[in-house]
Design a protein around this ligand. Structure first.
Ligand SMILES: CC(C)(COP(=O)(O)OP(=O)(O)OC[C@H]1O[C@@H](n2cnc3c(N)ncnc32)[C@H](O)[C@@H]1OP(=O)(O)O)[C@@H](O)C(=O)NCCC(=O)NCCS
Length: 153
């Protein structure tokens, strides 16, 4: 699987996210077109708490020291999850998301988790193509049910 040459990997180094990356990460998500819940699970306070639990799984890719891509890995001991994989538009199709997903997957597995999954909306064709390229198999279609405690999260 070719997800970018060695020189590309050196151009876009991946490092663990830090608490003071919060504003930039939110900005990257905005530029990537993701819906953001800064009053709930993506508030600064929530981010800090999550970072303390998943410090090695929250990763950012950089270009000349600026964050251009993100991935948030989590796990519940049974299964790992790749969330918030995003790259700003100007830096797409350079293998950055693939490198982030692979790094996150490896970091989750290093914690003893043997299944890593991602939830992708059916019309997100670029993301589907990416995970297929990385060897993830689409499981049986499922409906995603949720119950929110508040409407602003
Ligand atoms: C999905 C996303 C993260 C991909 O980022 P990226 O850095 O451009 O992806 P990569 O360059 O690593 O792509 C790796 C492979 O994925 C596939 N892929 C990525 N974008 C694609 C697109 N727009 N169309 C078709 N295939 C695509 C290709 O197979 C690509 O390999 P190739 O360039 O050698 O053909 C980016 O488009 C994005 O931020 N989208 C908005 C946020 C989002 O939807 N995130 C996913 C939530 S699950």
């Amino acid at each position: 699987m070719n997800v970018g040459s060695g020189s590309e990997r050196r151009r876009y180094p991946i490092r663990p996210a830090q608490a003071d990356d919060y504003d930039t990460i939110i900005d990257v998500w905005r530029r990537a077109g993701l819906a953001i819940s800064t009053t709930g699970r993506e508030s600064r306070q929530a981010f800090d708490l999550q970072l303390s639990q998943f410090s090695g799984l929250y990763l950012v890719a950089t270009a000349e020291d600026r964050i251009v891509g993100t991935v948030l890995g989590t796990h519940d001991q049974r299964k790992g999850w790749i969330n918030r994989l995003a790259v700003v538009p100007q830096y797409r199709r350079r293998g950055i998301a693939a490198a982030l997903a692979l790094a996150c997957d490896a970091a989750i597995r290093a914690e003893g988790i043997e299944i890593v999954a991602a939830l992708i909306e059916p019309d997100n064709l670029s993301s589907i193509a990416l995970f297929e390229k990385l060897g993830y198999l689409a499981d049986v279609p499922a409906r995603y049910f949720r119950k929110r405690s508040r409407t602003d999260i």
